[in-house]
Design a protein around this ligand. Structure first.
Ligand SMILES: [Zn+2]
Length: 1040
C-alpha cells in the first residue's frame, strides 16, 4: 500500500477508506464541477513573431481558428479573437470562460488585460460573472494573447534543455461553462478532511475524527441532489471550527509569484509574465480582500508601469490597501555572490528609491529566496539601506550539509546583524495543502525558540501566483485543532512576531554558502567579463564626471544616462543571468546590454575628460605631443603605460607620479626618461638549451619553462622562492565536468578525480618583448581535442606581479579548465576578496562543511599566506577559485550544454596575475594591486603644456579604500564618497580633498544624512573612524 510519492502509508486504514471515499463521492463530484457548456460563436487568430501591443494586434487580419489547432513555432505570439454569447438560460449561474493551451495566455477585454491563463499554474478560467443577471449583455468579445512558450520556456525533452525552436502549441479548450461552486466547496472540505485523516497519523485522534466526518458527509450527500450538500458541509464546518490550544504554531501565509527576470525565456517575455501573473493576482484580490501578495524586484514594477499602465494603476491601489506588498528593496533579485560591493549598494539604491517614489515607502525586508549563496557583506549593506530583516530559502538546496536554522541572526564580516528567516517548508511556491503545513512545522529547526513561520504560496514564473483553491484550503485551516494555525499575513507581520520572540535566537556568522550551483561562478565567461568591465566603466564615468562638475564650468552630471546604464548592469546581475544559468537568447540580450554600457560609457567618459582637461587636450602647433594620465583610484601609481602613436606604433612610458583621482600630466620625454629599473632578460630566452626563459624586474624574478610554466618565482630582495621544488605554477588542467542534472549550474566534487594537466605544446615559449620597461614571452597550447590557448606572460618594470594575458579558442563539451599555482606556503586558511572586504576559507577538507567548499568564489584576488610571506592570485574577470592544501586554482572556463548548448563556445580573453609578497597581504598592497589590474590608468594624448599633478582625494591610511565618488541625486552640487576599511582593522583615517567642500555629513547607503552625522572640516581633512570592513558614505556639499 502506498501513500503519496510512493512512501509507505503511515495510516493504512485511512488509506483504504480514502480510496473508498474517492470512488463514492470525489470522482462523481469532480465530474459535476462544471455544468452546461457552450462553444464560442466565433474564434479567429493571427500570428506574429513579435511581442506587440494590444492596439497594434487588434488591427490585424484574423483568420478562422478552431479548438485542436496548433500554433508556433516557439517564441511566436498568437492573438485570438473570441466572440461569446452566454445562453440566457444561465441566468443566476456562475459563468466561466475556460481556455486550455500549453502556451501562456492573457485575456484582454475592452483594451485592458484582465486575466492570465497558464495551465501549468492551474489558471484556466476567466470568471465572467459570479451570478449571471438577466439584464447583463449576453454577448462579448475577448482577445487572448497566446505566447508560444510554456511556463518554463520550451526545453526540448527536459525543463533545462535548450529550447526546442520548432515547438507547436495546441489550443485544447475554449468554451463557456457553468461553474458549480457548491460542488467545488464540498470537494475542498473533503480534500482537507482526507488529508488530515491520512497525514496526521494513527496516533493522532484528529485523523480519525476527520475520517469519520468525511465518511458521514458521504452518507448524507447525494451527488445528484445539491439540496443535500449543506448538511454535508455543516459536518465539515463543525470539525474545522474546533479550535487549537494557545500554544499552536502560527503559519504566516503570504501569496507570492517568484518571477525570474530572465531564465529559460528572454527578458521581453518576462514583461508579459509579470503582467499575466499580476493581473491574475489583482482579480483574486477583488474577490478575496484578505489576500496578500509579496512582490519583489523594482525592475518588474517598472516594466509593468511602462507597458501596462492600466494594470499598474490597479496594482497601485492594492499596494495602498496593503494587499499587494512590495518587498526586497532591490532592483532585481540579484546574484548574492558576484556583484561588486558598489553594485550591491546600487541594487538597493535603485530599488528603494523606486519603491519610495512609487509607493511612498521603502521596503523593510531583503527578499532573495532563490539565489545561489549570500555574501558575508550583505548584512551591513542591508542595514545601510534601511533593512533589518532577510528572507530566503535557497540553503535548503545544500547538497551536503543541512543548514541548522530557519530563524536566526545573520552576522556579516563587519558585525552587522539582520534577523533572517527561511520558510521552513523549503519552498517559495506552496499550494496551501495540509501536507505542506505539517512539513513547515515539523521541519522548523527553531520551533523551540520562535512559534511563527512563513509560508509563501503561489505558482511562480508566469504560473500566476496564488489560486482561489489555495486560499480556500487555508481558510479551512485558520484555526483547526490538530493543524498549525494558518493566517494570511504579510512579511511585516511575520518579522514583527519573530522580533518579539528573538531573545533566544542563535547567530550565524559569515557567509551563507550554498553547497550547490558552484559552477555558476564560471559559466558564461563573457557575462562575467561584461559585469566586471561595466562595473569599472561606470565607476570611472562617475569619478570623472563628478570631478568635472566640481571643477566648475558648464559640465552637467549625466545623472539620467548613468541611471539608465546602471539599471542595465543591475538587470544583468539577475540570479539566472550573471550566474550564466540562462538560455542563449538571454545571453545575447545580456551581451548587448554590456555593449551598450561600453559604448555609452566611453562617450560619457570622453565628455567628462574633455570638460575636466579641456585646455590640455588641444595640441598646439609646434608643441611636442605629450601624454595625460588619469588615475581613478585613490592611491599613487607607478606603472608602465602604453600609448599607441599615429602610425599604430606602441610607445611605453612610466607614470611615476600617480596621485589619487588625478588628471596628471607628464611629457612624453619625461616618461621615457623616468625608467626606474631596467627589465633584464639575462639568458636571452630561447637560446637556452631547454627553451626556458628568465625574467626579472628588480622586484620579482621568474623562470619559465618551454610551456610557460613557472619553475621559479622569487622575490629578488629576499630570495624567497614561491614555487615548491619539483612543481610548476601556471599549470593548466582540464577536468571532466558532468554534473548530475543542473548542467550550467553545478560542478560536482567528483570532477576533481578527473584532472588532466594540459601538456600539449603548439608553440614553445619565446620572447615577444625583450625588455626596457616591459618584457614578455608567449606560447601556445592545445587544450583537449579542439581548443587552443595562447598566453603572453608580461613583466613590467617595478611591478610586483607577473601578468598572464590569455586568449582561448574554446570548443569543448563538459570540460572545466583551471590554472593552478602550487606555492611554497603552508596555511590552513586562504583569503578571498568579497564585496568591500575579504574572508577566509579552509584549505583542508576536515569536515563535511570544509569539503563542501571545494569550489568557491572570490572577486579580484585570493591569497595564501603564512607568517611573513604569501602568494596572491589576481584576476580581471574571473570569480571561481579554490585553495586546497598549497595549490591555488583559478577557474577559467566551463562548457555546459544546458540550458545553452553554445555556452562559452567562443573566443575568450582574460588576464590574471601572480604576486608573491613579504609580510601580510594587507601590508604588501595586494588589495591595491588587484584594483590596479582591474582599473588601468587612462592614457590620453595631450598638448605638452606643463601641468602640475592635481589630486582630488587622498586617504591617510592604506587600509581604507575610497571606492566610489558620485553625484548625490537629486542634489546638484552634492557629492557622495564611499570608503571602506579593507584590512580588517580598527583605525582612524583622514580623507583629504581639494574639492571646494563647504559641508560634510555622514549618510547611509541610500544617501540619507545621518542624525548627528556632521563632520568638522579640519586642517588634515575629514576624520573618519573605521572598524573592520566598515563601509562609510559621506555627503560633501560643494561651494558654488
Ligand atoms: Zn529564481
Amino acid at each position: 500500500m502506498l501513500g503519496k510519492r510512493g512512501a509507505p502509508c503511515p495510516h493504512p486504514w485511512a488509506a483504504l477508506h480514502r480510496a473508498g471515499l474517492i470512488n463514492r463521492v470525489l470522482a462523481p463530484s469532480n465530474r459535476r464541477l462544471f455544468g452546461d457548456r457552450c462553444p464560442p460563436i466565433s474564434l479567429s487568430c493571427f500570428q506574429t513573431p513579435r511581442r506587440i501591443p494590444y492596439s497594434e494586434a487588434i488591427g490585424q487580419e484574423f483568420r478562422p481558428a478552431k479548438v485542436g489547432d496548433s500554433f508556433g513555432p516557439t517564441w511566436e505570439t498568437c492573438w485570438f479573437k473570441v466572440e461569446l454569447s452566454i445562453p440566457p438560460a444561465w441566468a443566476g449561474r456562475e459563468v466561466h470562460f475556460v481556455w486550455e493551451s500549453d502556451g501562456e495566455g492573457m485575456v484582454w477585454r475592452d483594451a485592458q488585460p484582465v486575466q492570465g491563463l497558464t495551465k501549468e499554474g492551474e489558471k484556466t478560467s476567466y470568471i465572467l460573472t459570479r451570478s449571471m443577471k438577466e439584464p447583463e449583455p449576453h454577448s462579448l468579445t475577448l482577445y487572448v494573447e497566446l505566447a508560444c512558450n510554456g511556463l518554463f520556456g520550451a526545453g526540448k525533452g527536459s525543463m533545462i534543455a535548450p529550447p526546442d525552436p520548432d515547438r507547436r502549441f495546441t489550443l485544447s479548450k475554449a468554451e463557456l461553462v457553468v461553474f458549480n461552486r457548491d460542488v467545488y466547496e464540498l470537494l475542498m472540505d473533503l480534500e482537507i478532511l482526507l488529508d488530515m485523516a491520512q497525514l496526521l497519523g494513527e496516533e493522532n485522534q484528529r485523523s480519525f475524527q476527520a475520517l469519520y466526518t468525511a465518511n458521514q458527509m458521504v452518507n448524507v450527500c447525494d451527488v445528484m441532489d445539491p439540496s443535500t450538500f449543506p448538511a454535508a458541509r455543516d459536518l465539515a464546518a463543525a470539525i474545522f471550527s474546533q479550535r487549537n490550544g494557545e500554544s499552536q504554531h502560527t503559519i504566516h501565509a503570504v501569496g507570492h509569484c517568484h518571477i525570474d527576470s530572465a531564465w529559460l525565456w528572454p527578458y521581453e517575455e518576462t514583461i508579459r509574465k509579470c503582467a499575466r501573473s499580476w493581473v491574475t493576482v489583482v482579480r483574486l484580490m477583488e474577490c478575496n480582500p484578505e489576500l496578500t501578495f509579496a512582490c519583489s524586484q523594482a525592475q518588474q514594477f517598472e516594466w509593468v508601469r511602462s507597458w501596462y499602465p492600466g494594470l499598474y494603476a490597479q496594482v497601485q491601489d492594492f499596494v495602498a490597501k496593503g494587499q499587494f506588498v512590495p518587498v526586497g528593496g532591490t532592483w532585481v533579485e540579484m546574484d548574492g555572490n558576484l556583484p561588486s560591493g558598489e553594485s550591491m549598494v546600487r541594487q538597493f539604491l535603485q530599488g528603494q528609491r523606486f519603491f519610495q517614489e512609487q509607493f511612498g515607502r521603502i521596503c523593510s525586508e531583503f527578499w532573495l529566496p532563490d539565489t545561489f549563496g549570500y555574501s558575508a557583506q550583505l548584512p551591513q549593506l542591508m542595514r545601510g539601506c534601511g533593512i533589518r530583516r532577510f528572507l530566503t530559502q535557497k540553503l535548503s538546496w545544500n547538497l551536503v550539509n543541512a543548514f541548522p536554522h530557519h530563524t536566526f541572526f545573520w552576522e556579516g564580516i563587519d558585525g552587522s546583524r539582520v534577523l533572517t528567516h527561511f520558510p521552513p517548508g523549503d519552498s517559495y511556491g506552496m499550494h496551501g495543502r495540509v501536507e505542506e503545513m505539517l512539513k513547515t512545522v515539523k521541519n522548523n529547526k527553531d520551533k523551540g525558540r520562535v512559534n511563527h513561520s512563513a509560508f509563501l504560496f503561489g505558482f511562480g514564473d508566469g504560473g500566476g501566483g496564488p489560486t482561489q483553491k489555495m486560499l480556500d484550503r487555508m481558510k479551512r485551516m485558520t484555526d483547526t485543532d490538530g493543524l498549525p494555525r494558518v493566517q494570511i499575513s504579510t512579511p511585516d507581520r511575520l518579522f514583527s512576531a519573530l522580533e518579539k520572540e528573538s531573545s533566544q535566537l542563535c547567530t550565524w556568522v559569515g557567509e551563507l554558502f550554498l553547497e550547490l550551483h558552484n559552477g555558476t561562478y564560471t559559466t558564461q565567461a563573457q557575462i562575467k567579463k561584461g559585469n566586471r568591465e561595466c562595473e569599472r566603466i561606470l565607476h570611472d564615468v562617475e569619478v570623472l564626471s563628478t570631478l568635472a562638475v566640481a571643477r566648475g564650468g558648464a559640465f552637467q552630471y549625466p545623472a539620467s544616462q548613468l541611471q539608465r546604464l546602471w539599471r542595465l548592469l543591475l538587470l544583468n546581475q539577475f540570479h539566472d543571468v550573471l550566474p550564466g544559468s540562462c538560455i542563449q537568447l538571454v545571453v545575447e540580450d545580456a551581451l548587448q546590454y554590456y555593449a551598450e554600457i561600453r559604448r555609452a560609457g566611453a562617450r560619457l567618459q570622453e565628455e567628462a575628460v574633455q570638460s575636466l582637461c579641456r585646455e590640455l587636450l588641444q595640441p598646439k602647433a609646434g608643441n611636442t605631443e605629450s601624454t595625460l594620465v588619469l588615475n581613478t583610484l585613490p592611491w599613487e601609481r607607478t606603472e608602465v603605460i602604453s600609448r599607441t602613436g599615429p602610425a599604430g606604433t606602441e610607445t611605453l612610458g612610466m607614470s611615476n607620479l600617480g596621485v589619487a583621482h588625478i588628471p596628471e600630466f607628464l611629457t612624453g620625454a619625461e616618461t621615457t626618461n623616468k625608467e626606474i629599473l631596467c627589465l633584464s632578460l639575462p639568458w636571452g630566452g630561447f637560446t637556452d638549451e631547454d627553451g626556458s626563459i628568465a625574467m626579472e624586474n628588480g622586484v620579482i624574478a621568474v623562470c619559465l619553462d618551454v610551456m610557460g610554466r613557472l619553475t621559479s618565482l622569487r622575490l629578488v630582495d629576499s630570495e624567497r622562492e614561491s614555487v615548491p621544488g619539483g612543481c610548476c605554477a601556471n599549470q593548466f588542467a582540464l577536468f571532466d565536468d558532468v554534473p548530475l542534472y543542473w548542467d550550467a549550474w553545478d560542478v560536482m566534487d567528483y570532477h576533481l578525480e578527473t584532472r588532466k594537466p594540459v601538456t600539449t605544446l603548439l608553440k614553445p615559449l619565446e620572447i615577444t618583448l625583450a625588455g626596457g620597461l616591459r618584457g614578455s614571452a608567449s606560447f601556445s597550447l592545445q587544450i583537449g581535442e579542439s581548443s587552443t590557448l595562447t598566453q603572453e606572460i608580461i613583466l613590467d618594470a617595478t611591478c610586483p606581479y607577473l601578468r598572464f594575458l590569455t586568449q582561448v579558442e574554446w570548443k569543448e563539451a563538459h570540460k572545466f579548465l583551471k590554472v593552478e599555482f602550487p606555492v611554497q606556503v603552508r596555511s590552513t586558511n586562504a583569503t578571498y576578496e568579497i564585496q568591500f572586504g575579504h574572508l577566509q576559507r579552509p584549505t583542508h577538507w576536515n569536515t563535511s562543511w570544509d569539503w563542501a567548499r571545494f569550489e568557491v568564489w572570490a572577486h579580484k584576488w585570493l591569497d595564501l599566506s603564512e607568517h611573513g610571506f604569501g602568494v596572491a592570485l589576481l584576476n580581471d574577470c574571473k570569480y571561481g577559485a579554490s585553495a586546497h592544501g598549497n595549490i591555488l586554482s583559478l577557474s577559467l572556463l566551463r562548457a555546459p550544454k544546458s540550458p545553452d548548448a553554445m555556452a562559452d563556445i567562443t573566443h575568450h580573453q582574460f588576464t590574471y596575475a601572480v604576486m608573491p609578497h613579504l609580510g601580510s597581504f594587507q601590508d604588501a598592497g595586494v588589495i591595491q594591486c588587484a584594483y590596479n589590474l582591474n582599473f588601468p590608468l587612462h592614457v590620453v594624448p595631450a598638448s605638452s603644456a606643463r601641468c602640475p599633478p592635481w589630486s582630488a582625494f587622498s586617504v591617510s591610511s592604506p587600509a581604507v579604500v575610497l571606492e566610489t565618488v558620485k553625484q548625490a541625486s537629486p542634489r546638484g552640487r552634492t557629492v557622495v564618497v564611499r570608503l571602506y576599511e579593507a584590512h580588517g582593522s580598527t583605525l582612524v583615517a583622514w580623507l583629504q580633498t581639494s574639492l571646494p567642500v563647504q559641508e560634510a555629513v555622514l549618510c547611509d547607503l541610500l544617501e540619507r544624512p545621518a542624525a548627528q552625522g556632521r563632520l568638522p572640516l579640519e586642517q588634515r581633512g575629514l576624520r573618519l573612524s573605521f572598524t573592520p570592513f566598515r563601509v562609510l558614505s559621506i555627503l560633501l556639499v560643494l561651494r558654488q
